[in-house]
Design a protein around this ligand. Structure first.
Ligand code: FAD
Length: 391
C-alpha cells in the first residue's frame, strides 16, 4: 500500500508529495490510500477555527471523491492509525516546521521506519536551497534575508505543479482568490488599502487558505503574475508579493529555531537581553484584553472583532500585541496562545514568529517596537468608525 498523509497541504493541486505518492502507486501497481488525522490540526482550535477547518476538510474530501478517491479521516494520532491500518506501507507526506509537528512525524517514523517515510518541503514560495548553507544560515533579520538572499539569488519561483487528475476548481479559497484579483481587482490598490480596517477587500484575506494549504504560496504568486501580465505590475502587486516573502521568512525561521521560538526569551540566547523577564501578575489585565474591556477603545474594537469573528487585520494584530507586551506588561505567550486558539488563519510559524518580533525576542533589529494605541487610532481610524462598529 502507498499511503498519502495530508498534514497541512489540504489540496490536490500543487502538491508535490501527493504527485509522488500517485506516481509511486502507479509504478508499483499498489493501492493508493489517502488519510488525514485531525489530532494535531484541531489541537487548541476554538470554535471559529474549528468550523473553518471542518469546511476545508469537507471541500478536500469532495474534490477527491470527484476524481474517484476517498479521504480517510481519523481523530487518532497518525502513528496510532498507521500502526493499526497501514503497517508496512510506504508513506508520502510533507515536512512542516514546529515542535509538535516534529514530534508527530518522529512518532510515525518510529512506527514505520525512516526509509518508508518520504517527505517533501512545500510550504514556501522559495525552496530551502535558496539559503546558501541551508536553513541554519537564515539571516537573523528579515531585511538581510530579503536583500542578501532573495534579491541576490535571482532564484526563479517554481511554477505550481499540475495535478495527475483533471479537476474542476472550486471552493472558498479559489473563490476568494478569483474575487480579490480578477472580479474586484482589489489587489491593484493593496499598497494603499492594506492598513484599512473596515472593508473586507482592504487586504487579500487569503491567509486562512494559505495557512491550511488550501492554496499554496506558489499558486497565489502565479495568479498574481498572470494578473500583472494582463493589467501590469504596480507597487501594490509588488507589495503583496513582498508579504508572501515575509511569510516564507517566518516558515524558515521556525524551521531553524524550533523550540526556542516558544520560550519567553524567544531566540535570544542571553535571557538578560529579554526586556520581558518580570511579567506583571495581573490576570485580570489579560481577561480584560481578551474581552475588549481595556482602557483603550481601539484595542477593545480589535479584540471584539477577533472574539466575535476569528479575524483581525495585520494592523490590529500588531497594535494589540504591543499593548499586551508593553502596556499590560504580560507574558507575550499568553497573547500568542490566545491567537492560536482564536484566529481562523492560525499558522504556527507566522503566529509565533510575529509575536517573537513584537515582543522583541525574535527577528526584529529594533528592540523597543511600540505601537501607541492612541496615535494608531488617530492614524488608522480617524473618524472612529471602526471603533464604533466593534464597540
Ligand atoms: C501578532 C501577530 C500574529 C500573527 N499571526 C498570524 C497567523 O497565525 N497566521 C497568519 O497567516 N498570519 C499571521 N500574522 C501575519 C499577518 O497579520 C496575517 O498574515 C495577515 O494579516 C493576513 O491577512 P491577509 O491575508 O489579508 O494578508 P495580506 O496583507 O493580503 O498579505 C498576503 C499574505 O502574505 C502573508 N503575510 C502578510 N503579512 C505577514 C506577516 N506579517 N507574517 C507572515 N505572513 C504574512 C499572509 O500569508 C497573507 O495572506 C500575524 C501577525 C501578527 C502581528
Amino acid at each position: 500500500m502507498i499511503l498519502y498523509w495530508f498534514r497541512k497541504n489540504l489540496r490536490i493541486e500543487d502538491n508535490p508529495s501527493l504527485n509522488k505518492a500517485v506516481q509511486s502507486a502507479q509504478e508499483q501497481g499498489k493501492r493508493l490510500v489517502l488519510f488525514f488525522s485531525s489530532h494535531l490540526l484541531f489541537k487548541n482550535a476554538g470554535p471559529f477555527r474549528r468550523v473553518f477547518l471542518e469546511n476545508a476538510i469537507k471541500e478536500l474530501s469532495t474534490e477527491l471523491n470527484a476524481v474517484g478517491l476517498d479521504l480517510i479521516s481519523t481523530p487518532d494520532s497518525p502513528d496510532l492509525w498507521i500502526k493499526a491500518h497501514a503497517h508496512g506501507a510506504s508513506i508520502y507526506t510533507e515536512t512542516l516546521p514546529g515542535t509538535w509537528e516534529d514530534t508527530e512525524l518522529q512518532r510515525v517514523i518510529e512506527v514505520i521506519g525512516n526509509d518508508q517515510v518520504h517527505r517533501t518541503w512545500n510550504r514556501t514560495l522559495y525552496p530551502i536551497e535558496l539559503i546558501p548553507g541551508g536553513v541554519e544560515e537564515l539571516p537573523r533579520v528579515f531585511t538581510d534575508f530579503y536583500r542578501g538572499v532573495v534579491l541576490k539569488s535571482k532564484w526563479p519561483i517554481p511554477a505550481p505543479l499540475n495535478t495527475p487528475w483533471k479537476i474542476d476548481r472550486g471552493g472558498l479559497a479559489q473563490d476568494r482568490l478569483k474575487n480579490y484579483l480578477w472580479v474586484t481587482r482589489a489587489i491593484s490598490s493593496y499598497k494603499d488599502t492594506r492598513n484599512g480596517l473596515l472593508n473586507d477587500l482592504d487586504s487579500s484575506r487569503l491567509s486562512p487558505f494559505l495557512s491550511l494549504g488550501r492554496l499554496s504560496a506558489r499558486q497565489v504568486y502565479s495568479e498574481v503574475k498572470n494578473f500583472e501580465s494582463l493589467h501590469g505590475a504596480n507597487p501594490s502587486t509588488e507589495a503583496f508579493i513582498y508579504e508572501l516573502v515575509w511569510r516564507d521568512y517566518f516558515q524558515f525561521y521556525l524551521l531553524k529555531h524550533g523550540f526556542k521560538v516558544f520560550r519567553s526569551q524567544g531566540i535570544l540566547e542571553n535571557q538578560k537581553l529579554c526586556k520581558q523577564t518580570n511579567f506583571a501578575s495581573q490576570p485580570d489585565g489579560f481577561i480584560k484584553w481578551i474581552e475588549g474591556k481595556t482602557a483603550q477603545r481601539f484595542i477593545n474594537a480589535h479584540m471584539n472583532e477577533l472574539r466575535k469573528t476569528g479575524w483581525m487585520s495585520n494592523r490590529g494584530r500588531q497594535v494589540v500585541a504591543s499593548y499586551l507586551v508593553n502596556d499590560l506588561q504580560l507574558d507575550w505567550r499568553l497573547g500568542a496562545n490566545y491567537f492560536e486558539e482564536t484566529l481562523i488563519d492560525y499558522d504556527v510559524a507566522s503566529n509565533w514568529g510575529n509575536w517573537n518580533y513584537i515582543a522583541g525576542v525574535g527577528a526584529d533589529p529594533r528592540k523597543n517596537r511600540y505601537f501607541d494605541p492612541i496615535s494608531q487610532a488617530n492614524r488608522y481610524d480617524p473618524d472612529g468608525r471602526y471603533q464604533d462598529r466593534w464597540a
